[in-house]
Design a protein. Sequence first.
Length: 334
Amino acid sequence: MTIKDIARLAGVSVSTVSRVLNNHPDVSQDAVKKVMAIVNKYNYIPNTSARNLGMSSSDNIGVIMRGISNPFYTKIITAIGDKIEKSGYTMVMQQISTDEDELRVAAMMEKDKRLQGLILLGGHLNYTKEQVSSIGVPFVCCTFSNEYGNLNSDQYSSVCIDDEATAFSAVEQLYKKGHKKIAVLLSAVDDGSVSQVRYAGYKRALKDFNIPEDDNLIIQIHSFNIADAYHEMSKWLDKGIDFSALFCISDNMAMGAMKALRDAKKIVPDDVAVIAIDGIEASEYTNPVLSTLCQPMEHIGIKAVDVLVDIINNEGPHQHLTLPTTLREGETLR
């Protein structure tokens, strides 16, 4: 498929297609929607690497970071950048929003930057063999794995925590404190992301501890944003649903939720206990200090690069590493 084909199918000019693909601002939203609908339908990957054909090789490693404003990635991306440089390569980073297709961006980036390998920092957990077929270099899923997809283990690498088991442990901490009315704050129960697998851990804990499931205690915000967590938690609190504890699938969400609880005159932890997962730096400075299961962020970034560089240099196979978390007791578990 060429841009002429896209123009014909979308009912726009070739120059309009070109402007859309190159992110020019002088294009109507209607034209953008028409063009991108065709691009996504036919999985069109523009060949923007022609200017690089004279280059015989590249030392570029691509890093695609999902979620532009997510503070969880700060330490990880720093560790990745340092390790890539020490390994003799150059990091090329692309930030994308949570609603963009990281695999399509990866395929375009591979061609444009002549990448040797890719690190996907955040992504979906349900990749299929067909979806990754457009990527021709080794890649590592960093902070997530392919829980719900059909990839063979030798098609990709992953470095992450056991999200399901960690979520189970978070709920277990609340149960040990005597809580049985435990609400969960998450993006969505079935979004093919870390939200879904952590929700599975929450459900398993309820079952193992003989706590009945209650749909009223599931708060879905369809986002990982702190402001969205605050607003959706505030609206949920207005319903007056009885609960004594809250499990947030991320620190970011927990910080928004704690402000909502405070505004609703609920004292943490006296009225509501709160626990989360991640261990970002900002959550050490909440009042009270957030109790959370901390990911080894720097180690995750370093190991992702180690695994990828070994594959690029034919010094090792694809690997799937699961790293442990540690509980920061904090002050929100009473």
